[in-house]
Ligand binder design. Structure first.
Ligand code: IPE
Ligand code: IPE
Ligand code: MG
Length: 246
């Protein structure tokens, strides 16, 4: 029981944009990379909060296809940091019944060793069902849709699919995680009001909550606040309020 939260209406899937690490560090006279390091505690407290809520799906934006534009030192730090975080935390996540998965392009500039640890972690936790924690890593919504279009085109060329049978379900089936439900709630920290190429297809009807809290300061209480706000909203999906039909 969490005060003010209706346990029967907890979102099925919450997606978070973990933003503001650099500014958090700058405010303290630290290097940007120290902000990323401080974000680890925020992430794992938020995961605990998700488990407290009985949340089934949580997705976090860890590295975008555009983040390669950052200075080489920061990119290198983020690759190593995400790898070591995985190695340090995966047994604990596994014991808690968390299935860890990754969405994003597997290849390109992502070091081979990091890819291997990603695959090992997915295999280690594959049978867990309490919560699925998905890392969007080397992820871009446009890249995901481009990859989907490419694989659909290949199926059409191989005559395994008819072009005139392509519908929304076909596209959804070709995304990185076809079994993942669309996020009900998207939370972005650090006072930025944009989507930054995150879950473009999947967020079509998500509720958005923006908070000024910088990611390293984010804790499970902030997640609970977001769920309370979510529960006060009225999702219409293009229809009309139930009860207001005449
Ligand atoms: C988010 O924090 C983490 C990543 C994008 C990897 P930022 O590094 O974007 O922090 P700000 O937005 O510069 O403060
Ligand atoms: C989005 O944050 C990506 C992640 C949090 C990993 P950015 O900080 O990269 O987004 P922009 O550049 O402010 O749009
Ligand atoms: Mg940022």
């Amino acid at each position: 029981m969490i005060p003010g939260i209706d346990a029967s209406r907890v979102p099925r899937h919450i997606a978070l944009v973990m933003d503001g690490n650099g500014r958090w560090a700058q405010q303290r006279g630290l290097k940007r990379t120290e902000g990323h390091a401080a974000g680890e505690e925020a992430l794992f407290d938020t995961v605990e909060g998700g488990l407290d809520l009985g949340l089934r799906w949580m997705t976090v934006y860890a590295f975008s296809t555009e983040n390669w534009r950052r200075p080489l030192d920061e990119v290198r730090f983020l690759m190593r940091f995400n790898e070591s975080l995985l190695l340090r935390r995966r047994d604990d996540l596994n014991e808690r019944g968390v299935r860890v998965r990754f969405i994003g392009r597997r290849g390109g500039r992502v070091p081979k060793r990091v890819l291997r640890h990603i695959e090992d972690t997915e295999a280690l936790t594959a049978k867990n069902r309490r919560m699925t924690l998905t890392f969007a890593f080397n992820y871009g919504g446009r890249a995901e849709l481009t990859d989907a279009v490419r694989s659909i085109a290949l199926e059409v060329a191989a005559r395994r699919l008819r072009a005139d049978s392509i519908d929304e379900k076909t596209i959804a089936r070709h995304l990185y995680a076809p079994d993942m439900p669309d996020p009900d709630l998207m939370v972005r920290t650090s006072g930025e009001f944009r989507i930054s190429n995150y879950l473009l297809w999947e967020s079509a009807y998500s509720e958005f909550i923006f908070t000024d809290v910088l990611w390293p300061d984010f804790r499970r209480e902030h997640l609970f606040d977001a769920v309370r706000e979510y529960q006060a909203r009225n999702r219409r999906f293009g229809g009309v309020d139930s009860g207001s039909e005449s």
